[in-house]
Write a protein that binds this ligand. Structure first.
Ligand SMILES: Nc1ncnc2c1ncn2[C@@H]1O[C@H](COP(=O)(O)OP(=O)(O)OP(=O)(O)O)[C@@H](O)[C@H]1O
Length: 287
């Protein structure tokens, strides 16, 4: 809870064995072959309410790839990502994560998810460190956090330049800082696959560049990335492939330079969600 109840339990001797366990976990999770699909959607359809939102999405992302999902507002980008994590049920088609049908997939520590930011206040009086620690739950389950967990949280905060705000209440952060905390939360589990829904939304240009650097380091580690974007921006050099959606279907797939020709410029009716530098935007971190 905010602002001063962070645990500092644990001893160094304890930690050595715990680090070993985490290393063992990591070894177990890096067995995917280089060209093996990390995620695959085949003919995926989905409805929200009574509206058909996805109309047969085919998408494969292989290990180490960085794929941008582009398209105008309402084309189904977020819904596609949310079907992958089971937040939106599919009405037809197949989804696989790491070669396992999604309905049987349980190894969620391999997946980091950054949700699309919202303007709804979460209302939970949590500190930055607590929110980022929640990203570690897929590894810690219900056991108390160990030194390796606290170390991973600290490292994730360092990666997004928020280590000095660990004890602050999330309510005290700006919109861009919230976004950085959400990214740190996803990184805390040291995932192999990062799913990011507009990770740069509301982040000023300098911070976008810092986050692009963070992402580059993840990609160099072999992390696979699928991210929803409205524009490539500082992430452009990292993107291997762009997939453009329109009305719940894949309209175009190819090198990122071709994406705008194929359906974005002509339908440029989407909102760019970037806030001006220093803008105070409240987000629901936990929603
Ligand atoms: N909870 C919901 N109930 C009904 N319809 C919804 C719901 N959420 C989204 N939709 C509709 O589903 C469609 C796809 O939405 P989605 O959020 O996947 O699009 P998007 O491409 O991510 O858009 P944006 O760029 O605005 O985030 C839109 O027409 C949207 O209005």
């Amino acid at each position: 809870m905010c602002p001063r109840h962070l645990s500092t339990r644990g001893t160094r001797a304890h930690a050595v064995a715990e680090t070993t366990e985490t290393e063992r976990d990591l070894e177990e999770t890096t067995v995917t072959e280089p060209t093996e699909p990390v995620l695959a959607l085949r003919g995926v359809t989905a409805e929200l309410g009574s509206v058909t939102v996805l109309r047969g999405i085919d998408l494969t992302v292989r290990r180490g790839e960085v794929v941008a999902l582009l398209g105008v507002n309402g084309s189904g980008k977020s819904t596609t990502v949310r079907t992958l994590i089971g937040q939106v049920p599919v009405t037809a088609g197949e989804i696989e994560l790491f070669g396992t049908p999604r309905r049987r997939f349980r190894d969620w520590r391999r997946v980091g998810y950054v949700p699309q930011r919202t303007t709804a206040a979460g209302g939970v009086p949590a500190t930055v460190a607590e929110v980022v620690s929640s990203g570690r739950l897929s590894r810690t389950r219900f056991r108390p956090p160990r030194r390796a967990d606290r170390e991973a949280v600290r490292h994730a905060l360092e990666l997004v330049g928020m280590a000095d705000r660990a004890g602050d209440c999330v309510d005290a952060l700006s919109g861009g800082q919230h976004q950085r905390v959400l990214i740190a939360r996803a990184l805390a589990a040291e995932p192999e696959l990062l799913l990011m829904d507009e990770p740069m939304a509301g982040v000023d240009l300098a911070s976008q560049e810092a986050l692009a650097e963070t992402l580059r380091a993840q990609v160099e580690r072999g992390v696979t990335v699928l991210l929803v974007l409205h524009e490539l921006g500082p992430l452009a050099p990292l993107i291997d492939r762009a997939v453009v959606l329109r009305e719940g279907r894949v309209l175009h797939e190819g090198p990122p330079g071709t994406a705008h020709v194929q359906g974005l410029d002509h339908d440029h009716d989407h909102v760019h969600p970037h806030a001006p530098v220093g803008a105070e935007i409240r987000t629901g971190l936990l929603s």
